[in-house]
Design a protein around this ligand. Structure first.
Ligand SMILES: *Cc1c(COP(=O)(O)O)cnc(C)c1O
Length: 362
């Protein structure tokens, strides 16, 4: 008999809150259950009265939070007897779709914007056997084509426009509340196509309605400066940023992201590529957590707010620290080229004891 494991994925864990029935085949890679890590260095920067936590979503099976939504989308595609799925992707959606499609025995078709995808992610989709086509255009153009094709042919769209994706992704907010025993006061996250901020906000509201938490967090979203349509108030035709996962000029869930911002009393702001790279290196060097650049937008945003005195203005009761959870959406190994660009090559030394001791200061 198959051995039951402690954590069998987000559908098994949060069935009660998800649109599944006894008839839904559960397609899973045991995603979710990612660590919520206390960040001592960052807490020190924000100052007394605040605790910073990192929700390390890069530890999902394919290396990003997309797996939470994909387990739902692919399970429902199976239930509906679909035999192919399709998505446009900045990389992580395709990696996830390809892996879950394998488990379900579905064909997976991926459109990527030509030349704008981190190699690590592309290799994932390919090694899982997806049909990958590079479109000579940006993400938004690729998504328009996918919408068109999936509307006309019996192929299931698995971008975050697929409502099941949002349903699965909201389980991350449940996990945060379950870990902390309450909702955090603030949640900081990157915003690209804006499905994830939509999902978290939905999750928090549902948990509050269920009486699992007493209050809701303020949602603090960050776009990259060269791809900040929500901040600017108009679509960006040629989005540019090194954070490829949030290089999106016309977010599918634009309005829902604004709702999350406004209903929660939060904000959506932007950070420059320089701020993202600084945060990317700081997180690795000071907290021991390696993420891809888009995820570092969370930390860049946190530091930007801190510099502006955002947290200083907030009154904190003596015995009760305020909790800030930063969502780290994807793993650093997704984008090895960026890491290699950000480091110095190791120094070459003679194979002699004295040479090494001299270098390490002994
Ligand atoms: C998809 C993705 C994002 C952006 O999420 P949206 O739901 O599109 O806003 C951010 N970071 C990583 C690593 C991603 O894969």
């Amino acid at each position: 008999m198959r051995k039951i494991q402690k954590h069998e994925g987000v559908i098994a864990k949060y069935k009660k809150y998800l649109p599944v029935t006894a008839k839904t085949p559960i397609i899973t890679l045991n995603e979710g259950n990612t660590p919520l890590i206390y960040a001592g260095y960052l807490s020190g920067i924000i100052g007394r009265g605040f605790e910073v936590y990192l929700k390390y979503e890069g530890l999902n099976p394919t290396g990003s939070f997309k797996d939470r939504g994909m387990t739902m989308a692919i399970s429902k595609a199976c239930e509906e007897r679909s035999n192919a799925v399709m998505c446009a992707s900045t990389g992580n959606t395709s990696a996830s779709a390809a892996a879950y499609a394998v488990r379900a025995g579905l064909k997976c078709i991926v459109l990527i914007p030509k030349g704008a995808i981190a190699l690590g992610k592309l290799s994932q989709a390919l090694i899982h056997g997806a049909v990958v086509l590079a479109v000579d255009g940006n993400f938004d153009a690729a998504l328009d084509l996918v919408k068109d094709i999936t509307a006309k042919y019996p192929i299931t769209l698995v971008n975050s426009l697929n409502p099941y994706r949002i349903e699965g992704q909201k389980t991350a907010s449940f996990e945060i509340c379950d870990s902390l025993g309450e909702a955090p006061e603030f949640q900081v996250m990157p915003v690209g196509n804006a499905g994830n901020i939509t999902a978290y906000w939905k999750g928090y509201k549902e948990y509050k309605k269920e009486g699992k938490i007493g209050s809701l967090p303020k949602m603090l979203g960050f776009q990259a400066k060269g791809a900040a349509p929500i901040v600017r108030g108009y679509p960006v035709i040629n989005p540019k940023t090194i954070a490829t996962a949030i290089r999106i000029g016309n977010p599918a869930s634009w309005r829902q992201a604004e709702d999350a911002r406004d209903e929660s009393g939060g904000l959506i702001d932007m950070v420059s590529d320089n701020e993202i790279i600084t945060a990317y290196k700081l997180l690795a060097a000071k907290e021991g957590v390696f993420v891809e650049p888009a995820s570092a937008a969370s930390i860049a945003g946190l530091l930007k707010l801190c510099r502006r005195g955002f947290f200083k203005k907030i009154k904190v009761a003596k015995a009760k620290n305020k909790k800030i959870v930063c969502i780290l959406t994807g793993h650093g190994l997704k984008d090895p080229d960026r890491a290699i660009e950000s480091i110095k090559e190791p120094k070459v030394v003679k194979p002699k004891l004295e040479a090494i001791l001299r270098e390490i200061g002994y």
